[in-house]
Write a protein that binds this ligand. Structure first.
Ligand code: SF4
Length: 82
């Protein structure tokens, strides 16, 4: 997997703490919203999580502008109730 996109990520000089603090999810997402490589980040993270059930189920942190629960809902979409 090519991860060269990380070189231009908006978070490259920030620590990971912000992105794993549930009380600061909106702040982390605000950084992602300015990121020129958001799409690549989101695609790679979802692909990495999809590789195993435990990664898919226990999604944590903000990646590609999505919180862990938001990515979990992508992996496990809820069925519409009629
Ligand atoms: S989308 Fe967010 S988590 Fe991903 S590289 Fe950009 S700033 Fe970092």
């Amino acid at each position: 997997m090519n991860r060269e996109w990380r070189d231009t990520a908006a978070c490259r000089d920030l620590g990971s703490e912000l992105f794993f603090d549930n009380a600061r999810t909106d702040e982390a997402k605000a950084v992602c919203s300015t990121c020129p490589v958001l799409a690549a980040c989101r695609t790679d993270q979802l692909a990495w999580e999809a590789e195993s059930a435990s990664r898919r189920y226990y999604t944590v942190g903000v990646f590609g502008g999505l919180s862990g629960p938001e990515r979990n809902r992508i992996h496990y979409p809820r069925k519409e109730v009629a």
